[in-house]
Write a protein that binds this ligand. Sequence first.
Ligand SMILES: [Zn+2]
Length: 320
Amino acid sequence: MELFRKIEREYQELRDADEKAHRKKMAKLYRNLPELEALDQKIQRLGIEGAKEQLLHPNSKGLSEINEALYTLREEKAHLLMTMGLPRDYTKVDYRCELCEDTGRLEDGSRCRCFKQRISRELYEMSNLNLQLEKENFLTFDLGIFSKDVYDGENLSPRDNMEAILRVVRRFIDDFEKNNDFNMLFYGTTGQGKTFMLNCIAKELLDKNVNVIYQTAFNIVDIVEDRRFRRNEATQMKYELLLNSDLLIIDDLGIERINAFSTSEIFNIVNSRLLSGKKTLISTNLSPKELSSTYTDRVFSRVFQKFMPLKFYGEDLRLR
Ligand SMILES: [Zn+2]
């Protein structure tokens, strides 16, 4: 997949840059501290000798002598660096990620957390979330646009309702790290600010380094089908992010191609997240009644019990 190759190329470039920066740093350091260069050469030669000895005579006296000498040289080096006010690990390569040393892979061959994070960033871009977050966040949220008049058939005015929703959302964000089965379902007709509210939450949590995946139900079905028909590492990883991200936001549930496959896949994802204690937010234009008739699956009732339903109502804000 193009995206995967692109990110792997980025990692290769990052490593090249790391090494280049390291060579430059060392050249400068050696110019100022020629003794250090001599020491490093000795350490390197002795290290090779030690490795050879380790292979040929692993329990020999020679090997322990080499190790002792190496230890002394390293201490000498640390002391030399200290006199320059530098830490003892100063001559190591500076990697952006110490875990994988900017290779994107761990020693056991699995993908590093930073690589997965990079993929999930790419997924927000796919959902255009990056652009939205600049415009739609709590700083730009304006309660003033909601009417103060009690709305037809409801107990509260849209503004009071929104204030109540905001309090719940605040608690969701503040308690996000807690293991509390707190999931929310935003429902109501279009133009009530549901997506805006989802963006506010995403922005707030992303700023706290929470791994947030935001996708429309439509895109989720795409990801699921892509994995089904073209099983490879990239499609698999995207799918796993739907399962494993700290927060999954499913926007616009009910507009995807609804068939037995897509319905059961979406609910499998939500259900497996519930089981592993991962949080999910869902928004939909359907009413709970319409939802239950659209997704007749038994899973539906089991899943939605675990969601706090919050109704958005009022005039269509897009008309204002
Ligand atoms: Zn890493």
